[in-house]
Design a protein around this ligand. Structure first.
Ligand SMILES: [Ca+2]
Ligand SMILES: [Ca+2]
Ligand SMILES: [Ca+2]
Ligand SMILES: [Ca+2]
Length: 1002
């Protein structure tokens, strides 16, 4: 990802060859392309320069600490260091250097800053003598003020680090660190304070004191790599935590190959569950001294052996990267849209930034099936009503519940025993159908979703993608389960013309009152017509077909005393159709009672065992605690993202039961035109020799970003995602640790797909753990200082206090939106990451605003900076679009400038205008006079895309959100197709930058 100057696009703009310093290349190594080595003071069109007041001038070294190899020969390798000046200066001005110990590190030669040269690149070389030196840069800012900044440099012998001994603790507790001594210096493990807080509310990763050993492990260095330090084993090796813990392992940083950057450092791993050495993404990797020894600190959820390694050729592999100068960023539903649309049309984008949304449908749909639709015990054949428990068991605490159940709501004396699934990933929150997640009363910025909201979201998903949980062949019934005719009163209520089948969240306009009337009347009307189906089989809940099956309504008012984290089902007030699901009405009373289960009929049963057809326990050589996956095929998002066992997908070679979607052998099959009348079958796919899923599930999987990255999707509109196509797409994704939909876990799985394809991936937790920032100061968050060049091209940011205090819960930390600080930081890091992919220095110039000397031909909105249009596609979909132009866009002098485009996607229930208003401040970052050209966000056109359900041809497209995709229903929103036309419109009507190529270093 290393940026170099783009000869193809810049040669005509700047006199590049003449500007190249003799020592090489026009390389820069600052924060992702925000630096330039061009050295001309000539002002660009409309560009402004005022010499800054001396007291605002600032300089920074990157890195701030450095180790270089001692060297006695003349041919010593150096390390690149950059010095960046803010804000812009107008005239070339000298910067000088001194060394506190010139015998160890000589001072670099004088350098010069200039208006378009805000960063100077230095090469620091060590001498023969080992030791410490401080290099001080001095800059005369005028009026007698000398601005200085330091970098500490240590000169070390390039020797490997030996490992010896063992250190241990019988019970490492919160607030404690076990630090290796002598032969293990630099190795450590810590348990943060309050990590042992009792599991309560949405804190569910408490850990008690545990025994730990630190010792030397077997070498893990893969072929083609060099080890930076010894392999360190943290034991007991099979220990896995429900959270991450900070560890460190010693390294000698001067063993880094000459061209390597910290993004090239990888952490190799081996442990009982993943014996074959491999490199794994880790959280917050950081090179610093631990106990006086250089080490890399990071966080991981699992013990075993870790070792820091780097490819021998790191930093030397450059490729020609095609830049489209487009990016897409979205939050919540828009995060899902950014991942899905972005990967489907990967050829159109340089960067995807899906934030806090359903970015990985492969994991999410499996989670929904086992959590949101689960929590009910299966019944064996021969079960009669008398054997069935219809109400959840009351409890005062979990000891009163059956094994594996949790007493929820006990604190308000209304506890119910709930069979929560066991979380498989760090920070994963389980739920069941009766206990969907709800944040009340600590709503903060969490976004509280009531049961009605959940139900509505599930309905909209089925309206757009088709029902993933049932197959209905009747035309127009794509969102319904098998057996429900689209003209059934449970679907259309008492209104004519099917008006009640899809009612829109009312929009402003002439139809508003009519829409509001339908929105208010239809749900209850439909719920008054429960449909009862008989002879309906299900392997889990109706194996004999003897119980009736009914349509379901839900959406009861939240009982707030049962929260904060359980959105509990209640028998009253369920008058909103959950039309994609059916329930078994064990007691035949025509309504779904507490423990009457939701049918799950999304796919045939299969053994998710990997191609060997064997679960790990049945694989030859299985030994608990020693070798827990002999075939090496266990899927795990962080440690083995390419595994096919338990990857939530059917893989060729895995055993399946060809019994159809109901999972029961010998049941009647649904007619090709759908179930019409009693006597018709409901089942689909039995005995066809194939693994059968619903069409809805197939559509989700086909459009899923994870599936596209893994190469499982066919006919991706952007073309096959070859390795070459993949390596030009960079991704910034995030999620909150207390997000109601577990979007942090979901994003980790998407990041895993990229790792499985060989892309470098890194996790971040605290925002100031990013390179260039100070992790010990969580509030000192300054995105322009982040060194994106020291992070790989795929970054997963997890947000939310890991050891939350009450104030963190109260302010919504880690929830769907996050605290005010979290949401602002989320957007900023992602946007500056996007900007770091665009190297053009002219995008970072400080320019005259549009209204100073406006282009008389420019529309007023372009001069004002905001155009809101109604865009109508060729097929008649009309929706609002917000277009924010960068500073100077409407200026006469700048009328030839062209810009990249960032498409921005809003959340569920929002409109384009909502996000537009929320991040209006973004324009300021693009033209901030306090930043210099080495720090400024590149100017770009922002386009706010519509994902709200609209009325097209008089029909409601969906209810509230399109998920930015094309509906499988004839009358559904064709939002992807609409957006594709919008992109052409934007390119045709605004000065977008178009494509170019740049030399890029992996
Ligand atoms: Ca019932
Ligand atoms: Ca297996
Ligand atoms: Ca599988
Ligand atoms: Ca089948």
């Amino acid at each position: 990802m290393r940026l170099r100057r783009t000869l193809s696009i810049l040669a005509s703009l700047i006199a590049l060859p003449a500007a190249l310093p003799a020592c090489g290349p026009n390389e820069t190594s600052g924060s992702g392309g925000s630096t330039t080595t061009s050295s001309t003071g000539k002002l660009g069109p409309g560009e402004l320069c005022d010499d800054p007041a001396p007291n605002v001038v600032k300089m920074r070294f990157e890195p701030k600490v450095l180790a270089v190899a001692s060297c006695s020969s003349g041919d010593c390798t150096g390390r690149n260091v950059e010095l960046t000046l803010d804000p812009d200066i107008c005239k070339p001005t000298k910067v000088t250097f001194t060394s506190s110990n010139a015998d160890v590190v000589p001072a670099p030669a004088d350098e010069t800053f200039d208006l378009h040269k805000p960063t100077v690149a230095l090469v620091i070389k060590g001498g023969a003598k080992e030791g410490l030196a401080t290099i001080t840069a001095s800059y005369d800012a005028g009026e007698g003020l000398i601005v200085t900044t330091d970098i500490d440099v240590e000169v070390l012998a390039p020797d490997p680090i030996a490992c010896a001994g063992t250190d241990s603790s019988d019970a490492l507790a919160q607030g404690q660190t076990l630090a290796g001594m002598e032969g293990l210096l630099g190795a450590s493990i810590s348990v943060p304070e309050r990590a042992n807080n009792p599991d309560e509310n949405s804190f569910i990763w408490s850990i008690d004191p545990f025994p730990v050993t630190i010792g030397c492990g077997d070498e893990l260095t893969p072929d083609g790599y060099v080890a930076l330090g010894p392999a360190i084993t943290f034991g007991p090796e099979d220990k896995v935590f429900p959270r991450e813990l900070p560890v460190s392992i010693p390294i000698n940083p001067v063993l880094m190959p000459e061209k390597a950057r910290w993004r090239h450092m990888e952490i190799a791993y081996s442990g009982p569950a993943f014996t074959k050495p491999r490199t794994v993404p880790v959280a917050d990797p950081r090179v610093e001294k631990v106990g006086g020894q250089w080490a890399v600190k990071f966080q991981v959820p699992r013990f075993g052996t870790y070792q820091a390694v780097v490819r021998k050729d790191a930093g030397t592999k450059t490729f020609s990267r095609r830049l489209t100068h487009r990016a897409v960023i979205g939050v919540s539903m828009g995060g899902g849209g950014a991942a899905m649309f972005g990967m489907r049309h990967h050829d159109r984008f340089d960067v995807l930034a899906p934030l806090g949304g359903p970015v990985d449908w492969t994991w999410m749909l499996n989670h929904i099936e086992n959590n949101h639709l689960g929590g009910f015990p299966a019944i064996p054949k021969g079960t009669t009503l008398a054997d069935i428990q219809l109400a959840a068991k009351a409890c005062a605490d979990s000891s009163e519940c059956d094994a594996g159940q949790t007493c929820m709501g006990a604190n308000v004396d209304k506890g119910k025993c709930v069979a929560l699934p066991t979380p498989k990933d760090p920070y994963e929150h389980p739920s069941t159908f009766n206990t969907w997640w709800y944040e009340y009363p600590k709503t903060g910025n969490g976004g509280s979703f009531s049961r009605r909201d959940y139900t509505q979201i599930f309905r909209d998903l089925a309206l757009m993608f088709g029902n993933p949980n049932g197959e209905n062949f009747s035309p127009g019934a794509e969102n319904l389960p098998a057996g429900v005719r689209p003209d059934d009163p449970s679907v259309v209520g008492d209104h004519p013309n099917g008006e009640c089948a899809v009612t829109i969240d009312p929009l402003d306009g002439p139809d508003h009152d009519q829409q509001q009337m339908l929105d208010q009347q239809c749900p209850a009307e439909r719920c008054a017509h429960t449909l009862t189906l008989t002879n309906y089989f299900d392997d889990e809940y109706n194996p004999d077909g003897t119980f009736p099956v009914i349509t379901v309504c839900d959406g009861n008012e939240q009982q707030k005393d049962l929260t904060p984290w359980s959105n509990t089902w209640h028998p009253e007030g369920n008058n909103y159709p959950l039309e994609l699901a059916l329930a078994v009405d064990y007691n035949g009373n025509g309504v779904r009672d507490e423990m009457e289960p939701i049918l799950r009929a999304g796919h045939e049963n299969w053994g998710d065992t990997g191609a060997d057809g064997k679960a790990s326990k049945d694989e030859a050589g299985y030994a608990p605690g020693v070798n827990e996956d002999p075939e090496g095929d266990d899927y795990q998002a962080q440690y083995n993202p390419g595994g096919a066992e338990n990857d939530h997908r059917f893989t060729a070679g895995e055993p399946f039961e060809d019994f159809g979607l109901d999972g029961v052998q010998g049941t009647s099959q649904q007619p090709a035109s759908g179930w019409q009348q009693p006597g018709d079958g409901y089942d689909v796919g039995e005995g066809d020799g194939k693994f059968t899923t619903t069409s809805g599930l197939a559509t989700f999987w086909e459009r899923d970003a994870h599936s596209i990255v893994r190469g499982w999707s066919k006919d991706v509109p952007g073309g096959d995602l070859t390795d070459d196509a993949l390596k030009r797409i960079d991704v910034w994704t995030d999620g909150g640790t207390r997000d109601l939909f577990n979007f942090a876990v979901d994003a980790q799985h998407l990041a895993g797909a990229f790792k499985a394809r060989g892309r470098g991936v890194q996790y971040l937790t605290t925002f100031t753990a990013a390179p260039g920032l100070d992790p010990s100061n969580p509030l000192d968050f300054v995105p322009p200082r982040i060194v994106y060049e020291d992070m790989p091209g795929v970054v997963f940011q997890r947000y939310g206090a890991t050891e939350p205090k009450k104030a963190d819960f109260d302010s919504g930390s880690g929830q769907h939106v996050g605290t005010v600080f979290e949401i602002a930081s989320r957007l900023q890091t992602a946007l500056y990451f996007i900007g770091s992919r665009w190297p053009e220095p002219e995008l970072r110039e400080y320019v005259e605003e549009s209204n100073v000397d406006p282009d008389p031909d420019a529309p007023n909105c372009e001069v004002g900076g905001n155009c809101t249009i109604e865009f109508t596609s060729t097929f008649g979909r009309t929706a609002p679009v917000g277009i924010t132009l960068p500073p100077g866009y409407g200026s006469l002098k700048q009328k030839e400038r062209r810009y990249p485009v960032i498409y921005m996607l809003h959340g569920y229930g929002q409109s384009p205008q909502d996000l537009e208003a929320a991040i209006i401040f973004l324009r300021n970052w693009m033209n901030n006079p306090i930043d210099g050209a080495g720090s400024r966000l590149p100017k770009a056109i922002l386009v706010y895309v519509d994902g709200r359900c609209r009325v097209t041809d008089g029909k409601a497209e969906c209810i509230r959100g399109t998920f930015f995709t094309d509906s499988v229903k004839e009358t559904g929103a064709q939002d992807e197709a609409w957006w594709l036309e919008l992109m052409d419109y934007v390119d045709g009507h605004y000065r977008t930058m178009g494509e170019s190529t740049t030399d890029w270093t992996e």
